[in-house]
Ligand binder design. Structure first.
Ligand code: NAP
Ligand code: G4F
Length: 326
């Protein structure tokens, strides 16, 4: 039986990956960081907590001793580093902690693996945000990075580090350059979920307005559940490499609002106001991925496109919000 470590297991991707690996018969070791609340909310993995092949360990990506202990204790076959301060907007207000987690945290993982368990295969959650304001599309593994936020700058550092540890030490280390992927488990501060949750609440009379920022940005949105399989596929190859995972289609935030309006049966745009507080100091205007390499070499392809995804997310939020209606 193989063992896999997942950092960020309670995040959107971590929870889907844990489900996927447990179904494949893996022992999954999930890293969770302690919170000060009495009952730690493990909402995304609540349904997995009784699984005997799932172990949770306390730790923090920025605390190298906790990462070294994890690698020492389990010497895992695979290590998926999904933990991050993943909100681009927040990285402008908390640039230092974002850098500690998203850049130095990755160094901590690679150093632990290099020193203790060099046979461990490593996956790094790289991102299309690294393309930043380079609007040359479609963006592929060879497109120039032009990061446009503290989040993206830290991710570029981590991405380069993975390439370097592969070359310098022969580690089996891969980066998935993933374009935006969403689901009903998406954090509520990200634009898609903010929109689908608000639409459900407006439909039920629980809310009357939705405040957003830049509606003209374009994103290549896929379904998170499908993307975690691509991560696993990268670690099953003969050689480590980096791959773009994307749908190959792009839409504006306005388009996404239209898709949700169609699913909800009313014009959500009538409730939207644009506020400067939701604008970022610098923006990533256009993301459109070229997933050809992943298709040809991994056999991976995105199936669910943005319109269907909007419907899935809206319907899930409607069920959740109905519980608040007497
Ligand atoms: P997410 O839902 O925000 O999950 C991130 C997880 O990381 C959370 O469970 C969080 O734990 C944990 N975490 C944060 N700081 C930590 C620390 N210092 N030590 C340990 N754990 C920590 O993000 P996601 O959407 O699943 O994304 C997964 C990864 O892919 C991230 O690295 C993200 O940057 C990257 N990525 C995401 C996308 C996307 O569209 N979703 C695209 C490209 C790349 P808490 O619950 O304690 O906060
Ligand atoms: O949903 P977002 O916050 O996602 P963003 O910035 O594209 O980042 C996500 O995808 C990246 C991959 O490309 C990941 F690396 C990253 O971890 C994260 O998962 O914003 C999408 C777009 C932006 O252009 C933003 O300015 O929507 C725009 N937007 C407009 N109004 C808004 C809002 N974004 C948020 N979060 N909230 C708004 O009210």
């Amino acid at each position: 039986m193989s063992t896999a470590v997942i950092t960020g297991i309670n995040g959107q991707d971590g929870s889907y990956l844990a489900e996927f690996l447990l179904e494949k018969g893996y022992t999954v070791v999930g890293l969770v960081r302690r919170t000060s609340s009495e009952d730690q909310k493990l909402t995304n993995i609540e349904h997995l907590l009784k699984n005997q092949n799932l172990v949770l360990e306390d730790g923090d990506l920025t605390d190298s001793s906790s990462i070294w202990r994890l690698v020492q204790d389990y010497k895992p076959d695979e290590f998926y580093n999904l933990a991050a301060q993943s909100h681009v907007g927040v990285s402008f207000t908390s640039p230092e902690s974002t850098t500690e987690i998203n850049a130095t945290g990755v160094l901590n993982c690679l150093e632990a693996i290099r020193n203790i368990s060099p046979k461990t295969r490593f996956y790094q959650a790289s991102t299309s945000e690294m393309f930043g304001d380079n609007t040359q599309v479609p963006q592929s593994e060879i497109t120039r990075f032009s990061p446009n936020s503290p989040y993206a700058c830290a991710k570029v550092y981590a991405h380069n580090l993975v390439v370097n540890y592969r070359k310098a030490y022969g580690l089996f280390a891969c980066s998935g350059i993933l374009f935006n992927h969403e689901s009903p488990r998406r954090g509520e501060q990200f634009v898609t979920r903010k929109i689908t949750k608000a639409a459900a609440r407006i439909k039920l009379g629980l809310q009357s307005s939705l405040y957003l920022g830049n509606l003209d940005a374009q994103r290549d949105w896929g379904y998170a559940k499908e993307y975690v399989e691509g991560m696993w596929m990268m670690l099953q190859q003969d050689k480590p490499d980096d791959y773009v995972l994307a749908t190959g289609e792009t839409q504006t935030i306005r388009d996404f609002i239209d898709y949700v309006s169609e699913a909800a049966g009313f014009n959500l745009m009538e409730y939207v106001s644009v506020t400067s507080t939701n604008m970022r100091p610098s923006e990533v205007p256009l993301l459109l991925g070229d997933p050809t390499k992943a298709k040809n070499q991994l056999g991976w392809e995105a199936k669910t496109k943005a319109k269907e995804l909007a419907k899935i997310m809206y319907e899930s939020d409607l069920v959740k919000e109905e519980k608040h209606v007497k």
